[in-house]
Design a protein around this ligand. Structure first.
Ligand SMILES: CC(C)(COP(=O)(O)OP(=O)(O)OC[C@H]1O[C@@H](n2cnc3c(N)ncnc32)[C@H](O)[C@@H]1OP(=O)(O)O)[C@@H](O)C(=O)NCCC(=O)NCCS
Length: 168
């Protein structure tokens, strides 16, 4: 795994079947529907990571912006089990952070289940701080922590394998 390079692209409508399959595999609640994926892809909000030279998706993230707002929201982020704990989650966060900074965004927010220790550790390592709590936020009754990263005061983080190239 070490030395692996990933490239980042925005998803195309032809990626919907694979994204839909991955979403059902990777999330047990509050999944993104095919219809939502179609809409989000049209908005250019879905970022994909693939290993160099490979067609299958290794990880993805959804980054939402709101009109007249300089805040952006990380709506979803996931890495295939076979690709985990090798830095791809951190690279996806670095990539969406770079996209948000280029768009002039001042902060990133997200919700994460309070039981999701891997994701919490990832986001904390990437400089996110808790700024709220939502009791029973998820469809399965789980609670969410609201996390925030101020892009005007916090520096970007890098992963040794992340090239920092603009995504294509
Ligand atoms: C959360 C997730 C994206 C992490 O992806 P990843 O590629 O494994 O992340 P990285 O390898 O970049 O790990 C970065 C840090 O996260 C933490 N981390 C990752 N997996 C962890 C685990 N299983 N247990 C504890 N900490 C973990 C570590 O602090 C790690 O830093 P380290 O390698 O220096 O120890 C991945 O586990 C995933 O897709 N989970 C299912 C979907 C999900 O929960 N998404 C988040 C929704 S908000």
């Amino acid at each position: 795994m070490s030395g692996a390079t990933f490239h980042f692209t925005t998803a195309e409508p032809t990626d919907i079947n694979e994204l839909d399959r991955l979403e059902r595999q990777l999330f047990h609640t509050d999944r993104c529907s095919r219809r939502s994926f179609r809409y989000l892809i049209r908005r250019g909000a879905v970022l994909l990571a693939r290993r160099q030279g490979e067609k299958t998706i290794a990880g993805y993230a959804i980054l939402l912006s709101r009109r007249n707002s300089r805040k952006m929201r990380v709506y979803s982020l996931a890495v295939l089990p076979a690709e985990r704990q090798a830095g791809l989650g951190s690279m996806l966060v670095a990539e969406i952070e770079a996209i948000a900074r280029r768009a002039g965004s001042t902060s990133l927010t997200l919700e994460v289940a309070d039981s999701n220790l891997a994701a919490l550790a990832l986001y904390r390592k990437c400089g996110f701080h808790q700024h709220g709590f939502r009791y029973g936020y998820y469809q399965d009754g789980g609670h969410a922590l609201l996390l925030h990263k101020n892009l005007t005061t916090e520096t970007g983080h890098d992963h040794p394998l992340y090239t920092g190239r603009p995504h294509q």
